[in-house]
Design a binder for this molecule. Structure first.
Ligand code: EPZ
Length: 420
């Protein structure tokens, strides 16, 4: 499957944001901590969610769709704590299941998480935290086996505010014995949404969004879901549409989003001369006559999100002047630059984390393969900006995180098709 795009057109219209991929993956994992069925609303229909559902079913969780965006999960009968390897290999976020399984069964077996090409990401922060909580960790050919007599509360200092490590340690600690403190936790909106969900179901977690989170363990007592949980809007999808609008929209309204989660992106776009109007749960954007070059440095929330770095780089190829982009979160997250240069951009790689873009440059359509989810979206954006035809291969990567992206863009009158 590939996307065929004919670019170079401006457009006007409205677009809807789906539920957050990254919030959904952790809420689904947390369902393992419950003694009754959990109802989750606003679930996006994306590949990563389908893979996570496969992993949960394999563990013995009973899952069914109440409607296309509402899932019901019942983990009362779960006894298996070993992740199925081939599915777990496809999904980096499969490690999010280890936390609740360890918390509930005092043991878990999982493969080194695969999935994203942006480097085989280290899991040292997860492992050292679980060891401190009482787990014995052994590893053989990339399969980890954790066993604990019981999970006990402890003080944990994160060397980096890792998002999934924060969520995982919380999901382990919530059933444990005693109080766990995490210093230097992640503060992303998805972390706060998970904590809201757990606290609404009987957990006692304090300090969400601050530099210190406290979890009072429930001494093995499972959580009880009292009402459906609504997944928060996907701020990365919303930000991707904001960047698309900054490049090509005479007028674009982005609906069902939370502008508060995008303030750092909105701030930079305004510096670039883009008009952004902030509504309660929507944004309005218009491309400027003259887009101005801007420097950004990606950082943990509330800084500029690394997941929007690639789409922003494509936008800056259309800006007047020189932009410096500094990617501080991942190694290997600038691995798509050569493809954009072959479309006509002028981007210099200063070092593995820093590039300089000279703009504006005309982009020409070409054939490209999306290496990962976010660079894939950046290529769609480049194809829509470029003159002529672009073919984007390996679009499974894009379907991992964007629900029916070509249908949403076709509704704006943009020329993009999914072809064999
Ligand atoms: C989450 O990944 C998101 N994924 C990522 O989105 C996002 O890019 C990232 O947070 C940063 O915002 C999900 O939530 C499923 P990290 P996560 O642990 O939790 C290093 C997307 O496209 N690190 O905060 O895996 C790591 O190497 C994805 O939706 C360690 O060194 O990110 C990275 O450099 C891509 N040791 C940095 O921390 C560890 O034990 C941030 O990683 C853990 C992480």
């Amino acid at each position: 499957m590939k996307f065929e795009i004919f670019g170079g057109k401006t457009f006007s219209g409205e677009i809807e944001v789906s539920g957050s991929k990254n919030n959904t993956l952790k809420i689904l994992s947390a369902s393992l901590l419950f003694k009754n069925p959990v109802v989750i609303e606003n679930v996006p229909q994306i590949e990563d969610v389908f893979r996570m559902n496969e992993l949960l079913k394999d563990l013995g969780v009973n899952i069914f769709y109440k409607n296309k965006n509402t899932l019901v999960l019942d983990s009362r009968k779960v006894k298996n704590f070993k992740l199925s390897f081939d599915t777990a290999k496809k999904l980096r976020a499969s490690i999010a299941l280890a936390g609740p399984l360890l918390g509930r069964f005092n043991q878990v077996v999982f493969p080194y998480p695969g999935g994203c090409v942006i480097g085989k990401r280290p899991i040292d922060i997860f492992l050292s935290a679980w060891k401190k909580m009482g787990a014995n960790v052994s590893e053989k050919n990339d399969v980890f086996c954790l066993k604990a007599k019981k999970i006990k509360g402890t003080n944990i200092v994160f060397r980096l505010p890792s998002v999934t490590a924060t969520e995982s340690v919380i999901m382990t600690a919530v059933l444990g014995y005693g109080k766990t403190i995490i210093w230097n936790p992640a503060r992303e909106p998805e972390v706060l949404a998970l904590i809201d969900f757990l606290n609404a179901s009987g957990a006692k977690i304090f300090g969400a969004g601050t530099s210190k989170i406290e979890i009072i363990g429930r001494n093995g007592k499972l959580l009880e879901s009292k009402k459906p949980f609504k997944i928060i809007p996907d701020r990365i999808e919303a930000g991707s549409f904001l960047i698309l609008g900054s490049a090509l929209a005479n007028y674009l309204k982005i609906k069902n989003c939370n502008p508060e989660h995008l303030m750092s992106v909105i701030g930079v776009l305004k510096d670039a001369g883009v008009q952004v109007k902030i509504g309660k749960n929507f944004l309005e954007v218009q491309k400027p006559k003259k887009l101005l070059a801007c420097n950004i440095k990606t950082s943990e929330y509330p800084g500029f999100p690394t997941d929007l770095q690639a789409p922003f780089v494509v936008l800056m190829t259309q800006a007047y002047g020189q932009s410096m982009i500094f990617e501080t979160i991942y190694d290997g997250r600038l691995n798509y630059i050569e493809d954009i240069n072959r479309m006509g951009a002028k981007i210099i790689m200063c070092d593995p984390h820093r590039i300089i873009i000279n703009g504006p440059t005309k982009l020409r359509g070409r054939e490209i393969e999306s290496p990962d989810l976010r660079a894939g979206l950046a290529f769609v954006l480049a194809g829509l900006i470029a003159r002529g035809k672009s073919l984007i291969y390996n679009i499974y990567q894009i379907d991992r995180g964007y629900e029916k992206i070509e249908e949403k863009l076709q509704k704006l009158g943009l020329n993009i098709k999914r072809v064999e």
